[in-house]
Design a protein around this ligand. Structure first.
Ligand code: A3P
Length: 303
């Protein structure tokens, strides 16, 4: 099955989920050939759920022993988090070791649904962190990512807000339907909470210090009392805050040259959807969520 996304990019449907055609073959290759190590950390999100933030946090938490020895040397001061944590889709079948780095743990990111993760990711002891974001902000963020931030030449063929909202509600968007993506990871988390950590963007915004500790505990590298006394948890939270990342994002990062650098740091707030969507649209989405998350009582959002 084929469709085009709001911006005209071709998408293909595979095992119930939509993929952008440009990445699909690579996603499949990574599914088939990527060999996870027990020490790997996999970050999973729907696009615009907080991937960049999670990359910065996981990178800082895992590497804090080296990067905080000399704070001025922290790579986050000069690099976009996407440069520090690669997407699994960058994995190439013919270069199996290309994503290897000398030190464990390796950290990778992905947008694929739980069931499309490489078998070795699901079956090994590696850890998975999922960040979930309320679908209204998710939609608005994705929509603006493709409109306001896209280079002018790529604006042709862009669908209107109403039509793209219809598509989101039908589940036709990259890595969607969003409800199946979320419930897939939610169920995996319920089944094995030590394997899959399920975070919510809204909770992270409310109390990032608590969530930084939660991530460290989950990854088996809790903060020592000495680290806590030194204020390291707060330091990491601040270093990875929206404002810091936006400010230090100097070097740039672009996906196939399509997106501007600032694209990954737009507003970083909860509830910005109300500036773009009508009450009727919000009502429609809320009703849809009630139905889709009926079987997942803990899957609720502060919106
Ligand atoms: P908005 O468009 O609502 O501002 P992703 O990283 O998955 O592409 O998600 C991008 C969204 O996360 C954008 O949301 C962006 O502003 C927000 N974001 C990026 N870095 C953030 C941070 N450090 N803290 C909070 N939100 C952040």
């Amino acid at each position: 099955e084929q469709q085009t996304n709001w911006d005209g990019s071709p998408m293909v449907k595979y095992q119930g989920f939509w993929y952008l055609k440009i990445f699909f073959r690579q996603e499949l290759a990574s599914y088939k050939h990527f060999k996870a190590k027990d020490s790997d950390v996999i970050l999973s999100t729907l696009p615009k759920a907080g991937t960049t933030w999670l990359k910065a946090l996981a990178f800082s938490i895992v590497n804090r022993g080296t990067i905080y020895r000399d704070i001025d040397q922290n790579p986050l001061l000069t690099c976009n988090p996407h440069k520090l944590v690669p997407f699994l889709v960058a994995f190439k079948e013919n270069k199996p070791n290309q994503l290897d780095k000398p030190n464990d743990p390796r950290i990778f990111a992905t947008h694929v649904p739980f069931k499309a993760l490489a078998y070795s990711i699901r079956e090994s002891a590696c850890k998975i962190i999922y960040v979930c974001r309320n679908p209204l902000d998710l939609f608005v963020s994705a929509r603006l990512f493709l409109t306001e931030n896209k280079l002018e030449k790529d604006h042709a063929g862009l669908l209107g807000l109403d039509e793209s909202f219809d598509m989101a509600c039908e589940g036709t968007h990259p890595y969607g339907p969003f409800w199946d993506h979320m419930t897939g990871y939610w169920n995996a988390h319920l089944e094995n909470p030590r394997k899959v950590l399920f975070l919510k963007y809204e909770d992270m915004k409310e109390d990032i210090v608590f969530n930084v500790k939660k991530i460290a505990d989950f990854l088996g590298c809790p903060f020592s009392s000495e680290e806590e006394e030194r204020g390291m948890v707060e330091e990491i939270s601040k270093m990875c805050s929206f404002q810091s990342l936006k400010n230090v994002d100097k070097n740039g990062y672009s996906i196939k040259g399509l997106f501007k650098n600032s694209t990954f740091f737009r507003k970083g707030e909860v509830g910005d959807w109300s500036n773009y969507l009508t009450p009727a649209m919000a009502e429609r989405m809320k009703k849809l969520m009630e139905i889709k998350f009926q079987g997942s009582p803990g899957l609720t959002f502060k919106i």
